[in-house]
Ligand binder design. Sequence first.
Ligand code: SAM
Length: 462
Amino acid sequence: MTALPTAFIEKYQTLLGPEAQSFLAALQAEPSKAYRINPLKEQSVADTDTAVPVPWSRFGYYGQIDGHSPAHTTGQVYSQEPSAQLVAELAAPKPGSRVLDLAAAPGGKTTHLASFMQGQGLLVANEINYKRAKILSENVERFGIRNALVTNHDAQTLSQHFPGYFDTIVLDAPCSGEGMFRKDPAAIQYWHPDYPAENARRQKEILTDALKMLKPGGDLIYSTCTFAPEEDEQVIAWALKTYPDLSIVPVARPEGVDAGRPEWADGNPALADTLRLFPHHLAGEGHFMAKLHRSATAEIDQSQGNVERTNLTVEQRQSWNALAKELLREPLDGVLYAFGDQLYRLPEGTPSLKQLHVLRPGLHLGTFKKKRFEPSLALALALPVAAFRHQYALTDQQWRDYVHGDVLMLPAQAKDPGKGWLLLTINGFGTGFGKRVDRQIKNFYPKGLRFLARTTEQDAVK
Ligand SMILES: C[S@@+](CC[C@H](N)C(=O)[O-])C[C@H]1O[C@@H](n2cnc3c(N)ncnc32)[C@H](O)[C@@H]1O
């Protein structure tokens, strides 16, 4: 591991006293790996190790996920280090509520929040950086999330669209990343003594904009993956002083999780209700989090909440209806919305999308082509397998061929899966679409996602 900066070591020796030695030693140890299973999928995960649960996470287990495995590609699991798994647990949004994940890429908290929402309500997953927003959007698709808008805005611009709108906001703020030191040695290179203070300035700006979007009576979870008091207790102390309608919600502290340190900020005893996760006290990389509540009587600007309506032409509706009849056992309800040649089903109560930079407005249904409609991968990943009329279960080798982009041949002895569009499954989970023509199954796995999946034997001789 890259050596820790001397100024960093000295800072934590001063803050932690005799405890610093075990903290600094923990930063030299191997990182903890974990993942969450996806409750939006209907079955339990057969090929992952669920022996050791992450104690504070409803869906979390210790262990490493192969990013090229069927379990990962079909969205049954999401890799996320253990301490980060407490953030969405504090939020635990209700199905049907309005939720914002303001700094969302690559999607750890978004996928976790969606796990609580069960496809009901509106989840806005926003990311300022376009490239990262695209990765976020892919992860939303892979996880089978039906009720998310993925947007690409800075916090200030977003706040103008959604005044006083959200019941729950998660601000997993950009930070100095001291809790990333074990996982990503590059984070050590970025660090310098003024880095936490620089980050704190930006965090206060983003938090100011985030709070403009929080309803009276709503909750905001602020979190960082750093240990620096400037970015943790001191930001919350500043927020409590600046916004008298905010208070810290006391939350149960799981074993191994530390209380926040009032003495590292302005001494406000309420700061002891924030949470610190240290790698020398639990198996996780490190995090800080605070659950803030805005009083129900707070007076702030609130959005009028115009709802977006369908914008389909008659031809587009006919084209989708024809495909839906062939593909699905039951019609899909909800507001259909065309974005250029792409068709989406909006999350319930989606506000006006005008002037919003949206990468994914809800569930992607597919693409209008000349005189036909092509279903999307998102549809295969989001709906239960039983929703599709015709399915074909791939063997492991066929699945490797499929994700590689090859045309598949129906074996002579195979049971007739039907003609036309087929949902292809692996281990009982939808993995994409194929189109059956005679004994061939044409491959519709998106070109940008294709990869070479190795067999376990190939991995063994690697
Ligand atoms: C800690 S990461 C988020 C990790 C994510 N929540 C997850 O769990 O996968 C912080 C994110 O904030 C974004 N960011 C940076 N500056 C921002 C700003 N001014 N407003 C909003 N987001 C910002 C970064 O691009 C980065 O993706």
